[in-house]
Write a protein that binds this ligand. Structure first.
Ligand code: FMN
Length: 221
């Protein structure tokens, strides 16, 4: 593994900001975009379940319908080069086909340990995720995994000099209605976690980055 220069990493993290408007005519190359999707796919997830999918929103009419319900993306939505939507799978449990697909086809889990693994994950979902109390806890858990991928996406984009903005500023119910109406997904199976716009900044950030001191962030115990 080649080490990356710390100054280069720091520079990218300081350069990254939540971009409010992109240069509308400045597109990310297909190669860079596919590279970033590869980064997303390499992101870690609990039990390796990758309980989310990334939708690349390319349809202008769909964006127009979504726009009124996305107050956090007023300028980003029509100026970004690429818009990604992280949608989580709502109900991944041992009885779910997707669960089996990941365990068997993707992870190639040996036959003799599959039941043990099913039990382990189910036990975790019952005790730690509290899925029996409310199945929504399962999609919240899935969203946590999606956010890791979102973070990796934005950091890697910055390392490539690509701007981004994570978008949580949307009305989930309205956005879901639009997506269902347009047959993007089945709301019984999917829920939107977050969006991410990518592109090249139109303007420099309006203000300096603000962060609490690391002494307030970290406690040694
Ligand atoms: C999960 C998440 C959701 C966010 N949603 C929005 C959003 O809807 N619209 C927006 O302009 N910024 C959004 N932001 C950006 C934050 O406001 C921003 O990251 C924070 O103020 C720190 O600024 P910086 O990223 O420029 O350093 C979001 C950030 C995160 C992590």
């Amino acid at each position: 593994m080649n080490r990356i220069n710390k100054a280069d990493i720091l520079n990218a993290y300081e350069w990254r900001h939540a971009c409010k408007e992109f240069k509308a005519d400045s597109k990310i190359s297909q190669e860079d975009f596919e590279f970033l999707l590869h980064i997303v796919s390499l992101s870690p997830s609990s039990f390796g379940m990758q309980p989310y999918e990334v939708f690349v929103l390319q349809n202008e009419d769909l964006l127009k319908e979504l726009h009124p319900h996305m107050w956090g993306a007023k300028k980003q939505l029509f100026s970004a080069s690429h818009i990604l939507m992280f949608a989580v799978k709502k109900d991944i449990t041992r009885n779910d086909k997707y669960f089996e697909h990941i365990m068997v086809d993707v992870q190639d889990t040996p036959l003799d340990v599959r039941d043990m693994r099913r039990d382990l994950i189910e036990e975790y979902q019952k005790t730690e995720i509290n899925m029996l109390e409310d199945h929504k806890h399962l999609s919240d858990w899935a969203a946590k995994q999606a956010y890791i991928a979102l973070g990796n996406l934005m950091s890697s984009a910055a390392l490539l000099g690509i701007d981004s903005c994570p978008i949580e500023g949307f009305l989930a119910e309205e956005v879901t209605k639009v997506l269902v109406k347009n047959k993007v997904f089945d709301a019984d199976k999917y829920a939107v976690a977050a969006f991410c716009c990518l592109g090249h900044r139109l303007n420099s950030p309006a203000r300096e980055k603000t962060r609490k001191p690391i002494t307030e962030l970290v406690r040694y115990i």
